[in-house]
Ligand binder design. Structure first.
Ligand SMILES: NC(=O)c1ccc[n+]([C@@H]2O[C@H](COP(=O)([O-])OP(=O)(O)OC[C@H]3O[C@@H](n4cnc5c(N)ncnc54)[C@H](O)[C@@H]3O)[C@@H](O)[C@H]2O)c1
Length: 239
């Protein structure tokens, strides 16, 4: 049920904290991996190849639709995709250049996700199986701990889009779901000034604590999950 032997999983933002941990867990479960990130992820790929995993990599910006489609189309198999790449500036909407930042945040976190999901979902629908996991955020659920409105809006959009894609794909044997992490100890939160004592569990998540639910949603164990957003936030937001 949790084996990924013979399966290929594609991860965006794979060089980052949550993406890399997801890749490591999937590697341990036998998956072949297709990893991409803005500047590539060669160090991670070398590490996983040393562990015996088949890995292909690419360096591109997910805002580039043509490159996203080319990378997805180049994979001989695609059993699951994790749309994980994201960008979160901790700014103020009164900043002078904020309108430009808004466009960049929405382009990466929302349209960039569409750029990878559009070809992936089409392919999975055609092959009549697949799992897609979108990495949203608690910010899209409850407004965030410290996040700015561009990121909150984009991640709220990811949660809505998950439902839209899930309804479209489910009749064809494809499961689309999201994980909404709370504050997680990666470089993304380095300058966030998040007060971990305000989190009921009392600390930020470790990246692997977000990666495990992502891997579950990529697996055969999630066969009846459809359009769900799994909250993994240490109790900051409880539905
Ligand atoms: N860390 C947190 O507290 C937290 C909380 C909620 C949600 N998230 C989400 O989790 C996901 C992973 O974040 P993380 O915490 O691992 O952060 P991270 O900064 O460690 O990783 C994000 C990765 O995305 C890549 N990326 C950014 N823009 C890109 C682009 N335009 N094209 C291709 N790749 C790009 C970066 O290079 C980086 O490797 C993101 O979607 C983030 O929004 C993180």
């Amino acid at each position: 049920m949790l084996s990924f032997e013979g399966k290929t999983v594609l991860i965006t933002g794979a060089a980052g904290g949550i993406g890399a941990e997801t890749a490591r867990i999937l590697s341990g479960l036998g998956a072949d991996l297709a990893l991409c990130d803005l500047e590539g992820c060669d160090d991670l790929a070398d590490e996983l190849r040393d562990a015996g995993t088949s890995v292909v990599t690419a360096a591109f910006d997910i805002r580039d639709r043509a490159q996203a489609e080319a990378f997805i189309g180049a994979q001989p198999r695609l059993d699951a995709i994790v749309a994980n790449a994201g960008f979160c500036p901790w700014d103020d909407w009164n900043d002078g250049d904020w309108d430009d930042t808004f466009d960049r945040v929405v382009d990466i976190n929302l349209k960039g996700v569409i750029n990878v999901m559009r070809p992936a979902i089409a392919r999975m629908i055609a092959q009549k199986h697949g799992k897609a996991v979108l990495v949203a955020s608690v910010a899209g659920r409850m407004g965030g701990l410290r996040a700015s409105p561009h990121y909150v809006s984009a991640k709220g959009g990811v949660i809505s889009m998950t439902k839209w894609m899930a309804a479209k794909a489910a009749p064809h044997g494809v499961n689309v779901n999201a994980v909404a992490p709370g504050a997680t100890a990666t470089v993304m939160v380095d300058s966030s000034n998040i007060d971990a004592s305000s989190i009921p569990i009392g600390r930020m998540a470790k990246p692997e604590e977000i990666a495990k639910p992502i891997v579950f949603l990529c697996s055969g164990a999630a066969s009846y999950m459809c359009g769900a957003t799994m909250d993994v936030n240490g109790g900051v937001y409880m539905v």
